[in-house]
Design a protein around this ligand. Structure first.
Ligand code: GLY
Length: 258
Protein backbone atom coordinates (compact mmCIF):
# COMPACT_ATOMS: atom_id res chain seq x y z
CA UNK A 1 0.00 0.00 0.00
CA UNK A 2 1.27 3.50 -0.83
CA UNK A 3 0.66 6.25 1.69
CA UNK A 4 1.73 9.80 2.52
CA UNK A 5 1.20 12.02 5.55
CA UNK A 6 2.12 15.69 5.74
CA UNK A 7 2.25 18.17 8.62
CA UNK A 8 2.46 21.94 8.80
CA UNK A 9 3.45 22.25 12.43
CA UNK A 10 1.66 22.01 15.74
CA UNK A 11 0.65 24.80 18.08
CA UNK A 12 -1.70 27.74 18.25
CA UNK A 13 -3.18 29.03 15.03
CA UNK A 14 -5.08 32.23 14.36
CA UNK A 15 -8.51 31.58 12.76
CA UNK A 16 -7.55 33.39 9.53
CA UNK A 17 -4.48 31.15 9.11
CA UNK A 18 -6.50 27.96 9.13
CA UNK A 19 -7.92 27.92 5.58
CA UNK A 20 -4.72 28.82 3.69
CA UNK A 21 -2.70 26.36 5.75
CA UNK A 22 -5.19 23.59 5.20
CA UNK A 23 -5.11 24.31 1.45
CA UNK A 24 -1.30 24.22 1.52
CA UNK A 25 -1.25 20.89 3.33
CA UNK A 26 -3.65 19.36 0.82
CA UNK A 27 -1.57 20.71 -2.09
CA UNK A 28 1.58 19.26 -0.53
CA UNK A 29 -0.03 15.85 0.10
CA UNK A 30 -1.36 15.74 -3.45
CA UNK A 31 2.05 16.65 -4.88
CA UNK A 32 3.74 13.88 -2.90
CA UNK A 33 0.93 11.48 -3.75
CA UNK A 34 1.39 12.16 -7.50
CA UNK A 35 5.01 10.98 -7.17
CA UNK A 36 3.89 7.77 -5.46
CA UNK A 37 1.07 7.21 -7.96
CA UNK A 38 3.50 7.14 -10.87
CA UNK A 39 5.66 4.58 -9.09
CA UNK A 40 8.15 7.05 -7.63
CA UNK A 41 10.33 6.52 -4.57
CA UNK A 42 9.06 7.55 -1.14
CA UNK A 43 12.08 9.86 -0.78
CA UNK A 44 11.07 11.85 -3.87
CA UNK A 45 7.48 12.01 -2.63
CA UNK A 46 8.34 13.50 0.78
CA UNK A 47 10.79 16.00 -0.71
CA UNK A 48 8.28 17.24 -3.29
CA UNK A 49 5.61 17.54 -0.60
CA UNK A 50 7.86 19.49 1.77
CA UNK A 51 9.11 21.76 -1.05
CA UNK A 52 5.48 22.82 -1.66
CA UNK A 53 5.23 23.92 1.97
CA UNK A 54 8.60 25.70 1.82
CA UNK A 55 7.27 27.73 -1.12
CA UNK A 56 4.08 28.60 0.77
CA UNK A 57 4.44 31.73 2.96
CA UNK A 58 1.86 30.44 5.43
CA UNK A 59 4.34 27.96 6.89
CA UNK A 60 7.49 28.34 8.94
CA UNK A 61 9.88 26.89 6.35
CA UNK A 62 11.49 28.36 3.25
CA UNK A 63 9.70 31.62 2.46
CA UNK A 64 7.75 32.57 5.59
CA UNK A 65 10.37 31.23 7.98
CA UNK A 66 10.51 32.98 11.33
CA UNK A 67 13.33 35.41 12.05
CA UNK A 68 16.22 35.03 14.42
CA UNK A 69 16.78 37.48 17.25
CA UNK A 70 18.97 39.36 14.80
CA UNK A 71 16.17 39.53 12.19
CA UNK A 72 17.60 36.95 9.78
CA UNK A 73 16.12 33.77 8.29
CA UNK A 74 18.24 30.70 9.12
CA UNK A 75 16.76 27.35 8.17
CA UNK A 76 17.26 23.66 9.00
CA UNK A 77 16.12 20.59 7.06
CA UNK A 78 16.76 16.87 6.84
CA UNK A 79 15.74 13.86 4.77
CA UNK A 80 16.14 10.13 5.22
CA UNK A 81 15.51 7.05 3.07
CA UNK A 82 14.35 3.95 4.94
CA UNK A 83 15.69 1.38 2.47
CA UNK A 84 19.35 2.43 2.65
CA UNK A 85 19.33 4.49 5.87
CA UNK A 86 20.89 7.23 3.75
CA UNK A 87 20.38 10.65 5.29
CA UNK A 88 21.16 14.28 4.55
CA UNK A 89 20.79 17.33 6.78
CA UNK A 90 21.55 21.04 6.60
CA UNK A 91 21.37 23.70 9.26
CA UNK A 92 21.60 27.48 9.66
CA UNK A 93 21.37 27.96 5.90
CA UNK A 94 20.52 31.41 4.59
CA UNK A 95 18.98 32.32 1.22
CA UNK A 96 18.28 28.77 0.05
CA UNK A 97 14.67 28.66 -1.16
CA UNK A 98 14.25 24.93 -0.57
CA UNK A 99 16.50 23.59 2.20
CA UNK A 100 14.85 20.17 1.82
CA UNK A 101 16.32 19.90 -1.69
CA UNK A 102 19.72 20.85 -0.30
CA UNK A 103 19.41 18.10 2.33
CA UNK A 104 18.71 15.73 -0.57
CA UNK A 105 21.91 16.84 -2.28
CA UNK A 106 23.86 16.04 0.90
CA UNK A 107 22.21 12.61 0.97
CA UNK A 108 22.95 11.97 -2.71
CA UNK A 109 26.58 13.01 -2.39
CA UNK A 110 26.91 10.45 0.41
CA UNK A 111 30.02 12.03 1.91
CA UNK A 112 28.69 13.77 4.98
CA UNK A 113 25.31 13.50 6.67
CA UNK A 114 25.25 17.05 8.04
CA UNK A 115 26.43 20.35 6.52
CA UNK A 116 25.91 23.79 8.02
CA UNK A 117 26.10 27.45 7.10
CA UNK A 118 27.90 28.97 4.14
CA UNK A 119 29.52 25.73 2.85
CA UNK A 120 26.03 24.25 2.60
CA UNK A 121 24.82 27.31 0.69
CA UNK A 122 27.81 26.98 -1.64
CA UNK A 123 26.79 23.37 -2.27
CA UNK A 124 23.30 24.58 -3.17
CA UNK A 125 24.81 26.99 -5.72
CA UNK A 126 27.01 24.24 -7.20
CA UNK A 127 23.96 22.03 -7.70
CA UNK A 128 21.87 24.79 -9.28
CA UNK A 129 19.34 25.04 -6.46
CA UNK A 130 17.44 28.29 -6.05
CA UNK A 131 19.58 30.66 -3.96
CA UNK A 132 18.35 34.19 -3.23
CA UNK A 133 19.23 37.11 -0.99
CA UNK A 134 18.27 35.97 2.55
CA UNK A 135 15.79 38.85 2.88
CA UNK A 136 13.81 37.47 -0.10
CA UNK A 137 12.50 34.75 2.22
CA UNK A 138 11.19 37.30 4.74
CA UNK A 139 7.47 38.05 4.41
CA UNK A 140 5.66 41.18 5.59
CA UNK A 141 3.97 39.03 8.23
CA UNK A 142 7.18 37.54 9.64
CA UNK A 143 8.76 41.01 9.71
CA UNK A 144 5.70 42.43 11.50
CA UNK A 145 5.80 39.64 14.08
CA UNK A 146 9.51 40.08 14.62
CA UNK A 147 9.08 43.83 15.18
CA UNK A 148 6.20 43.12 17.59
CA UNK A 149 8.27 40.39 19.30
CA UNK A 150 5.29 38.10 18.63
CA UNK A 151 5.92 34.35 18.51
CA UNK A 152 4.87 32.69 15.26
CA UNK A 153 2.04 30.22 15.43
CA UNK A 154 2.48 26.91 13.69
CA UNK A 155 5.90 25.49 13.15
CA UNK A 156 8.03 23.17 11.16
CA UNK A 157 6.74 21.24 8.13
CA UNK A 158 7.30 17.59 7.28
CA UNK A 159 6.19 14.50 5.41
CA UNK A 160 6.47 10.72 5.63
CA UNK A 161 5.62 8.24 2.90
CA UNK A 162 5.57 4.58 1.90
CA UNK A 163 5.97 3.78 -1.79
CA UNK A 164 4.69 0.87 -3.87
CA UNK A 165 7.92 -1.06 -3.27
CA UNK A 166 7.40 -0.77 0.49
CA UNK A 167 10.17 1.75 1.04
CA UNK A 168 9.72 4.50 3.61
CA UNK A 169 11.09 8.04 3.78
CA UNK A 170 10.82 11.17 5.91
CA UNK A 171 11.60 14.85 5.39
CA UNK A 172 11.40 17.86 7.71
CA UNK A 173 12.09 21.58 7.15
CA UNK A 174 11.88 24.66 9.35
CA UNK A 175 12.84 28.23 10.04
CA UNK A 176 13.22 27.13 13.67
CA UNK A 177 11.79 28.98 16.63
CA UNK A 178 11.18 32.71 16.45
CA UNK A 179 13.74 34.86 18.23
CA UNK A 180 16.35 32.09 18.29
CA UNK A 181 19.99 33.13 18.32
CA UNK A 182 21.81 32.92 14.99
CA UNK A 183 23.62 29.58 14.89
CA UNK A 184 21.00 27.70 16.88
CA UNK A 185 20.15 24.31 15.35
CA UNK A 186 16.85 22.59 16.08
CA UNK A 187 15.59 19.03 15.84
CA UNK A 188 14.50 19.34 12.20
CA UNK A 189 18.13 19.00 11.15
CA UNK A 190 18.93 16.21 13.57
CA UNK A 191 18.50 12.66 12.28
CA UNK A 192 16.73 10.59 14.92
CA UNK A 193 15.26 13.62 16.67
CA UNK A 194 13.09 15.45 14.12
CA UNK A 195 13.40 13.01 11.19
CA UNK A 196 14.03 9.29 10.81
CA UNK A 197 13.16 6.53 8.34
CA UNK A 198 13.90 2.82 8.45
CA UNK A 199 11.97 0.33 6.32
CA UNK A 200 12.05 -2.12 9.24
CA UNK A 201 10.63 0.30 11.81
CA UNK A 202 8.76 3.18 10.21
CA UNK A 203 9.31 6.83 9.36
CA UNK A 204 8.55 9.99 11.29
CA UNK A 205 8.73 13.78 11.26
CA UNK A 206 8.34 15.94 14.35
CA UNK A 207 7.36 19.51 15.13
CA UNK A 208 7.73 21.42 18.36
CA UNK A 209 10.44 22.69 20.70
CA UNK A 210 13.67 21.46 19.14
CA UNK A 211 15.78 21.33 22.27
CA UNK A 212 13.43 18.92 24.03
CA UNK A 213 12.89 16.85 20.87
CA UNK A 214 16.65 16.45 20.44
CA UNK A 215 17.17 15.47 24.06
CA UNK A 216 14.58 12.70 23.83
CA UNK A 217 15.44 11.61 20.28
CA UNK A 218 11.70 11.84 19.70
CA UNK A 219 11.21 10.19 16.30
CA UNK A 220 13.61 7.33 17.05
CA UNK A 221 11.90 6.81 20.41
CA UNK A 222 8.53 6.56 18.67
CA UNK A 223 9.84 4.17 16.02
CA UNK A 224 11.30 1.89 18.70
CA UNK A 225 7.76 1.53 20.01
CA UNK A 226 6.57 0.48 16.55
CA UNK A 227 9.41 -2.04 16.42
CA UNK A 228 8.12 -3.48 19.71
CA UNK A 229 4.65 -3.94 18.22
CA UNK A 230 2.72 -0.70 18.81
CA UNK A 231 0.49 0.67 16.05
CA UNK A 232 1.80 3.99 14.69
CA UNK A 233 -0.84 6.15 16.39
CA UNK A 234 -0.26 4.50 19.77
CA UNK A 235 3.52 4.84 19.34
CA UNK A 236 3.21 8.53 18.47
CA UNK A 237 0.97 9.32 21.44
CA UNK A 238 3.20 7.37 23.83
CA UNK A 239 6.36 9.12 22.62
CA UNK A 240 4.70 12.53 22.90
CA UNK A 241 3.45 11.67 26.40
CA UNK A 242 6.99 10.66 27.34
CA UNK A 243 8.31 13.99 26.01
CA UNK A 244 5.79 15.80 28.17
CA UNK A 245 6.47 13.68 31.25
CA UNK A 246 10.27 13.73 31.04
CA UNK A 247 10.89 17.22 29.68
CA UNK A 248 7.63 19.12 30.16
CA UNK A 249 7.44 19.80 26.43
CA UNK A 250 4.54 19.47 24.00
CA UNK A 251 5.18 18.57 20.38
CA UNK A 252 3.60 16.98 17.32
CA UNK A 253 4.57 13.96 15.30
CA UNK A 254 3.56 12.12 12.14
CA UNK A 255 4.55 8.48 11.80
CA UNK A 256 4.09 5.77 9.21
CA UNK A 257 4.73 2.12 9.99
CA UNK A 258 6.17 -0.45 7.58
N1 GLY B 1 11.08 22.08 15.67
C1 GLY B 1 11.70 23.18 15.09
C2 GLY B 1 12.79 23.71 15.89
O1 GLY B 1 12.80 23.63 17.11
O2 GLY B 1 13.68 24.28 15.31
Amino acid sequence: MTAIAVHGGAGDERPEERAPRRAGIIRAAETGWAVLARGGHALDAVIEAVAVLEDDPHFNAGVGSVLTREGIVEMDASVMAGDTLAAGAVATVRGVANPVRLARVVLDEGREVFLVGEPAVALARRHGLRVCPPEALVTEETRRRWLAREAASGNTVGAVARDAAGHLAAATSTGGVSGKRCGRIGDSAVIGAGTYADDARGAGSATGPGEAIIRLGLVRAALERIARGSPADVAARAALACLHRRLGADAGLILIDP
